[in-house]
Design a binder for this molecule. Structure first.
Ligand code: SF4
Length: 406
């Protein structure tokens, strides 16, 4: 992987982000909110909160292969091994007094929250996860309860969520001591829209043949769109990343030399095994050109002139919260847009919400649309759920099947 300048810049902006967060948590004049990745980040940012994301911490624990032993600590506190391993590894790390943020960014520990805010559009786990910390830190926990699995954007559902966002801002003003400034919210939504568009354009460079980037590159560069969206720093970062990627694309740089197979990754990343997958795919001359996971942060339709409604729509439209028909349609289009030969469905043991291989979707895609796929089994963080040998056999069989069909 090239993208040398952006990778260097990424380290700098993430260091700044975490150090600001840490300083804010030690300053009585600043407020820290913990937030779920689905938001409502924009409202919190516009109200001046410094925002921390436990899911990002879970991913970091997974990527550094620290998660598996920590999960046991949470299990011993009654959090089942079958529930989200972001949750169990994160709570386990907290109980153990451990965080990779110390070594990576020099933080003394986690930034203590003044409030925890979640949105159930992704899953119910976030509510229980944040409630744990609410009890530990004795701080308020607030939630947005989104209607689930929408097939169409129902105006009533949008109005419901927009109303909850307005009420949330009102409740948060009890913590900050200040009302939400509507102009600041508009500006935050504008910056979020800009960063989302740049992120999407970066991902779309993978439509080229050969693709200059892979899913694995995208997982590295997605941190700012998750933790810093709504900031100028994120806009500048993605602007630089896009330029650097476009140069690579124009000069014919390939993420996988000799690319002859293009795959679409569906489901959560297996954070501790990204290198294994990158090597496995590379050995087959296969490039994972796109993924639902990374595309999920390319929010569209953000309009600063109707901030609450557009945030509600963006949130309800996330893939994880859509009905099965929408998912089928979305995947067909993505496969076509990116010229993918097949889909790799990752069945993540502890995240049923972001696993789409359990209710016949792969079969419908094959039968109705001729899209081949393979389902591999594993997890986002818990490495005990994963077999390298079995996965390799399944992926190699898919590659052979496609080669035979050509
Ligand atoms: S969507 Fe899945 S991985 Fe994310 S917090 Fe919920 S259960 Fe965990």
């Amino acid at each position: 992987m090239a993208l040398t300048q952006s990778t260097q810049r990424l380290k700098e902006i993430l260091r700044n982000y975490y150090q600001d967060l840490s300083a804010a948590s030690q300053d009585p004049g600043q407020k820290v909110a913990w937030c779920s990745s689905a938001g409502p980040v924009e409202v919190l940012a516009a109200m001046g909160f410094h925002i921390y994301f436990p899911e990002n911490h879970g991913a970091l624990l997974g990527a550094r292969r620290l998660a598996t032993p920590l999960i046991g600590r949470a299990n011993a506190r009654g959090y089942s091994p079958d529930i989200c391993s972001y949750l169990t590894s994160d709570i386990g790390a907290y109980l153990q007094g451990q965080t990779p943020l110390k070594a990576a960014y020099g933080l003394p520990g986690l930034p203590k929250p003044d409030v925890l805010v979640y949105n159930t559009s992704q899953c119910r786990e976030v509510q229980d996860w944040f409630s744990f910390y609410g009890r530990e830190f004795q701080v308020p926990v607030m939630g947005i309860f989104s209607p689930w699995k929408l097939t169409r954007m129902e105006p009533g559902a949008v109005a419901d969520v927009a109303g909850q966002l307005r009420a949330l801002a009102e409740n948060l003003s009890g913590i900050t001591g200040k009302k939400l400034d509507p102009d600041r919210l508009k500006e935050t939504v504008r910056l979020c829209a800009q960063a989302s568009l740049l992120w999407k354009s970066f991902l779309e460079t993978a439509r080229r043949r050969p693709s200059p980037i892979s899913f694995f590159d995208a997982t590295i560069h997605m941190a700012p769109i998750v933790v810093m969206r709504g900031t100028q720093a994120a806009v500048e970062y993605y602007s630089g990343l896009l330029k650097e990627t476009q140069v690579m694309a124009e000069t014919g740089t390939a993420a996988v030399e000799g690319e002859r197979l293009r795959l679409y990754w569906e489901g959560m990343p297996n954070w501790g095994k990204l290198r294994f997958f990158s090597d496995l795919f590379g050995g087959l001359k296969a490039c994972a050109v796109a993924s639902t996971y990374c595309l999920s942060w390319a929010f569209e339709g953000l309009d600063p002139e109707r901030p609450f409604e557009c945030l509600a729509e963006a949130n309800l439209k996330v893939f994880i919260n859509r009905g099965e028909d929408c998912k089928e349609e979305y995947l067909c289009k993505a496969v076509e847009d990116y010229g993918a030969d097949a889909i790799v469905f990752h069945e993540a043991k502890t995240c049923p919400y972001n696993t789409n291989s359990r209710f016949g979707l792969p079969q419908r895609l094959q039968e109705k649309h001729g899209i081949p796929s393979v389902t591999i089994y594993g997890d986002l963080c818990d490495l005990r759920c994963f077999s390298q040998e079995q996965t390799q056999t399944l992926v190699e069989a898919l590659a052979e099947q496609i080669a035979a069909g050509r």
